[in-house]
Design a protein around this ligand. Structure first.
Ligand SMILES: [Zn+2]
Length: 225
């Protein structure tokens, strides 16, 4: 009978083949464990949440507005539904469209039983800021974007829709704070017009350069954070 002798090279090749197989097997096992762990964790959280996907953590550092904001939350009703925001992707600027009305007038209007519109904030003619809806709840101002935006209504003295200097400064300050609080940039600030084409906020739609310089002012303010 002839003895089958392997050469050194052949032996080395076989060893390498076995080693490669072992490595591949280990990688497959690691991937399987990882996939099973993720599926298990997801399945458990769905089970814990009554069969539904758990809600995402809202991207807001704080749900408490700065001291300069006068918090006067409106009652729950048609306008404030209490539905939670899923995420904050944009800050939407509006104008109230009712010349000479104050922040308090608009907040009280939102609070009426039969009103079906409201914004998170209203900025008044003297720069005062009233908060009407909590930061983690849906407002009713920006059509199909209510679920992932924060809305600011801004008062104006006349039909041009131009804001007073005090109003404008408050708008820049609040918008920058909201951007910082939600991890957004100045470019994430949009007009109601950018969502629906509605002439709102009128002055910033009629004067594109005024809108651009507003965004620049927000960007500058954001640098102080
Ligand atoms: Zn609007």
């Amino acid at each position: 009978m002839q003895q089958f002798e392997l050469s050194n090279l052949e032996r080395l090749m076989i060893k390498r083949k076995i080693k490669r197989k072992k490595v591949i097997r280990a990688i497959i096992i690691i991937i399987l464990i990882a996939v099973l762990s993720v599926c298990g964790a997801l399945g458990y959280s769905i089970y814990k949440n009554g069969g539904k996907l758990p809600p995402k953590q809202l991207n807001a550092k704080s749900l408490t507005s700065p001291d300069y904001v006068d918090v006067q939350l409106i009652n729950q009703g048609f306008a404030r539904t209490g539905v939670k925001l899923v995420e904050i992707n944009n800050i939407v600027i509006h104008y109230v469209g009712n010349s000479g009305s104050t922040a308090q007038n608009n907040r009280d209007y939102f609070n009426k039983l039969d009103t079906d519109v409201c914004s998170h904030f209203v900025i008044g003619l003297d720069g005062e800021i009233i908060q009407c809806v909590p930061l983690d709840e849906k407002s009713a101002a920006s059509n199909n974007r209510n679920l992932d935006t924060i809305s600011i209504e801004v008062c104006h003295p006349d039909d041009s829709g131009k804001f007073s200097e005090a109003t404008y400064q408050s708008l820049v300050k609040l918008t920058a704070w909201l951007c910082d609080n939600s991890g957004l940039k100045a470019n994430d600030v949009i007009r109601h017009y950018d969502i629906t084409g509605k002439e709102c906020p009128k002055y910033f739609v009629d004067n594109e350069s005024a809108w651009e310089s507003f965004l620049t002012d927000v960007k500058t303010e954001l640098k102080t954070y």
